[in-house]
Design a protein around this ligand. Structure first.
Ligand code: ARG
Length: 467
């Protein structure tokens, strides 16, 4: 028996059933599906479509179904083409004629839209919280390793010395923007489509705000056609996830490069590396490599899903069933990458000596020399040319730059001192810069942003307790 056996006589062909069934992946929605039904029962009861006694029966049956699903004793039937069908079928088995009233004024179209929004709300909380855990791990290492310099790079060429704490916090700020973006998207997820029915609402006097209230939705739909066909929030979340994945990918790549013998800037802990089946000496940064790789898949989920949405006529189309797998997989993969990278950073041994050696490259102080001249009235362009000329000579003749600076009649010994450790106090000292002077303020700002992001996530609507 199918949900529509009144209209269609023949059952589905076997391969058709296998092709169209979403149960293999939408079981993931069981908890939110039961919640949506509990809310719907409240709506039906509120307008007298079911009596108080019937509502109690339905709630009891839903609760029984939930515990079967929870403890794994729920018996799925071959005709359960999706989780909504399975839950309703079982409620009807348990509650008889009353169970058959559950789907009054509701369609799987508004039901699945409701379920997925509820699921997405929880996912935002999980992903946002996990990103903040990684941010905190980065900040903790930054604090611990305060005072360590390394070369900052542009074009992957040594550019200026920066503090390692500055470098690690650069990643943290990007991840905080990801959290911010997710929280922004949460507002648009938090709209209840329940009550839109198949596409046009119902002739029964249902009030969508009742069910929305039970589910703690911030608002209800304004247009039923839009409510059942809108998957913008899935696209938005896939974008937020893809971009966070891109950030993790860049971090992963950095760990891969830094852990090479050539760099020696980090040694990953054994627990986050693998050995080689053939080469006894190998220690491979697989976690970082996979974090780098997953971005490809996450971008694919976004691009693929937008392609599925494009050109769909209003309102619900079965195509929309394809929203779940990319979203579920994207969330799962991102959470995996975040956890692995967090472990990598928390346990890594940073090669602070290799970093310090590389940062001691005196050419990295070239701009400080030019700025020293600027502070004494020379136009920057002239100062740049003058120092550039000395660098060229130093490289050509294989002489230390410092020596040439000392001999230069505009620069001299005082400027030359900038190229040694004594110069560190001046480096990157402007607000937000990579040196020591602004680092304390940055740490305070970062922690303030973490705290407010945490409270923003804590304040997001969650699935309330149902029973
Ligand atoms: N499994 C379906 C989905 O994920 C549920 C909605 C089915 N609606 C329908 N009119 N066939 O989209």
């Amino acid at each position: 028996v199918t949900l529509w056996s009144g209209r269609l006589e023949a059952g589905m062909a076997e391969e058709m059933a296998a092709f169209t069934s979403s149960l293999p992946f939408d079981r993931e929605l069981w908890r939110v599906d039961v919640a949506g039904s509990v809310a719907h029962v409240a709506g039906l009861e509120g307008v007298g479509v079911v009596t108080g006694v019937e509502a109690t029966t339905l709630r009891a049956a839903l609760r029984a179904v939930a515990s079967e699903l929870e403890d794994g004793t729920f018996a799925f039937e071959p005709t359960d083409e999706d989780i909504h069908t399975a839950v309703e079928r079982r409620v009807t088995e348990l509650a008889g004629a009353t169970g058959a009233k559950l789907h009054t004024g509701r369609s799987r179209n508004d039901q699945v839209a409701t379920d997925l929004r509820l699921w997405a709300r929880e996912a935002i909380v999980a992903v946002g919280g996990s990103l903040l855990d990684l941010v905190e791990a980065l900040d903790a290492r930054a604090e611990e390793l305060a005072g360590v310099w390394l070369p900052g790079y542009t074009h992957l060429q040594r550019a200026q010395p920066v503090l390692l704490s500055h470098h690690l916090r650069a990643h943290a700020w990007a991840l905080l923007r990801d959290v911010d973006r997710l929280c922004d998207a949460a507002g648009r997820v938090d709209v209840s489509p329940l009550g839109a029915g198949a596409l046009a609402g119902s002739s029964l006097p249902l009030d969508p705000t009742v069910a929305a209230g039970v589910l703690s939705f911030g608002s209800t739909f304004d247009n039923s056609l839009d409510a059942v066909s809108d998957r913008d929030y899935v696209g938005e979340l896939l974008f937020c996830i893809a971009l966070a994945g891109v950030h993790l990918s860049r971090m992963g790549e950095e760990l891969v490069v830094w852990s090479s013998t050539e760099f020696g800037f980090v040694e990953l802990d054994d627990r986050y590396t693998t050995g080689s089946s053939m080469l006894p000496q190998k220690k491979n940064p697989d976690a970082a490599e996979l974090a780098r790789a997953k971005a490809g898949r996450l971008i694919g989920h976004l691009a693929g899903f937008l392609a599925t949405l494009k050109g769909l006529p209003l309102s619900y189309n079965k195509d929309l069933q394809e929203d779940k797998e990319p979203l579920f997989d994207a969330v799962r993969q991102l959470l995996g990458s975040i956890a692995a990278l967090r472990g990598c950073y928390a346990t890594a041994r940073f090669g602070t000596e290799a970093m310090a050696d590389a940062a001691a490259d005196e050419l990295l102080g070239a701009v400080d020399l030019a700025e020293w001249l600027v502070a004494r009235g020379m136009p920057f362009r002239d100062a740049h040319r003058r120092v550039g000329g000395l660098v060229a000579i130093a490289l050509r003749d294989g002489r230390p730059l410092r020596e040439l600076v000392e001999l230069d009649d505009e620069l001299g010994a005082q400027a030359a001192a900038l190229l040694g450790p004594e110069g560190a106090a001046h480096r990157g000292s402007s607000p937000g810069g990579g040196g020591a002077a602004p680092s304390g303020a940055q740490a305070v700002a970062l922690r303030g942003t973490i705290t407010s992001a945490r409270s923003r996530i804590d304040a997001l609507p969650r699935l309330p307790a149902l029973w």
